[in-house]
Write a protein that binds this ligand. Structure first.
Ligand code: NAP
Length: 278
């Protein structure tokens, strides 16, 4: 029987993870199956009993389980522990689970490529991160690891303050502001990262003139299209979060199978799947 891997979350039907991983398994001739498992909030323990019976060897984790899975794991990497969130679980030889976080590495890959696509390699000034939820904490960790300065803007100021603290505890300068300071921060920043879920509600920001600076949205597909359209009109160089998604998947794949998969083929498969769905 093929080894079993998968992604858990709710909702999960829209997930591109099976498209990405199944393609890489085929490319590398690996005898394994990768499935999407619908696991509603509060049903994690039950799901883990099933995964143990079915000898599942590896899992990606998405909303709403990234924090809750930590309690069910026997080993948590220092990074996942610091963020309080895991997106990659690996079955150990003794049957227990090891938790890690590859969202940070995924953002590093995606953001670097986005800067290159906008003709920038070094940022002079603060990165403005709008939003302070789960994904923004991976962004904070990545920016801090690279010694970048950042300003965190969020509707709930306390969450932005927590991210600024996380950032400075790792390295580099960071501060927090409420959304009333957004226009001024947007005018001054070196690049902007959107980590809000505004695009999912068909909304965007009031964009100041971009002057060719990067506006990087963590979402992708139609959601990012809606969010980034007015940014482009205002003169920002826009990139979506698809490379981040594929980048975090590549880091998971390497941990499980010991091979570095090809980002480009996965990106092409994802774009085709998004095109079909639109
Ligand atoms: P989340 O934890 O739910 O956080 C949502 C954020 O959006 C919070 O900061 C929230 O502010 C803010 N927000 C929501 N509605 C708002 C409104 N009407 N006005 C102002 N702010 C509002 O979500 P998440 O998991 O961090 O995901 C954020 C985005 O990243 C989503 O688009 C998601 O699809 C994307 N994402 C991409 C990847 C990838 O691999 N590319 C991975 C993960 C997530 P409050 O704190 O004030 O509520």
């Amino acid at each position: 029987m093929s080894a079993l891997y998968g992604v858990i979350g709710d909702p999960i039907a829209h997930s591109l993870s099976p498209v990405i991983h199944k393609g890489w398994l085929r490319e590398h001739g690996i005898d394994a199956e990768y499935l999407a498992f619908h696991v509603p909030e509060g049903r994690l323990e039950e799901a883990f009993d099933t995964f143990a019976r079915r000898s599942v060897r590896g899992l990606n984790v998405t909303l709403p389980h990234k924090a809750a899975v930590l309690a069910l794991c026997d080993e948590v990497s220092p990074l996942a522990d610091r963020l309080g969130a895991a997106n990659t679980l690996t079955r150990r030889g003794d049957g227990g689970w090891a938790a890690d976080n590859t969202d940070v590495a995924g953002f590093e890959i995606g953001f670097r490529r986005a800067l290159e696509a906008c003709g920038t390699s070094v940022l002079d000034g603060e990165v403005l991160v709008v939003g302070a939820g789960g994904a923004a904490s991976a962004v904070a960790c990545a920016l801090a690891r690279q010694g970048m300065a950042a300003v965190y803007a969020n509707r709930s100021l306390d969450k932005a303050e927590r991210l600024a603290e996380l950032h400075t505890s790792i390295g580099g300068h960071a501060r927090a502001i409420g959304l009333d300071g957004l226009a001024e921060a947007m005018e001054r920043c070196a690049a902007l990262v959107n980590a809000t879920s505004l695009g999912h509600a068909g909304r965007s920001l009031d964009w100041q003139p971009g002057r060719g600076r990067l506006a990087y949205d963590l979402s992708y597909g139609q959601v990012a299209g809606v969010f980034l359209a007015p940014a482009r009109t205002a003169g920002w160089c826009t990139e979506d979060g698809l490379v981040m998604l594929v980048g975090q998947a590549a880091e998971s794949f390497e941990r499980w199978f010991g091979v570095v998969p090809d980002l480009q083929t996965a990106l092409a498969r994802c774009r085709a799947a998004l095109e079909m769905a639109s």
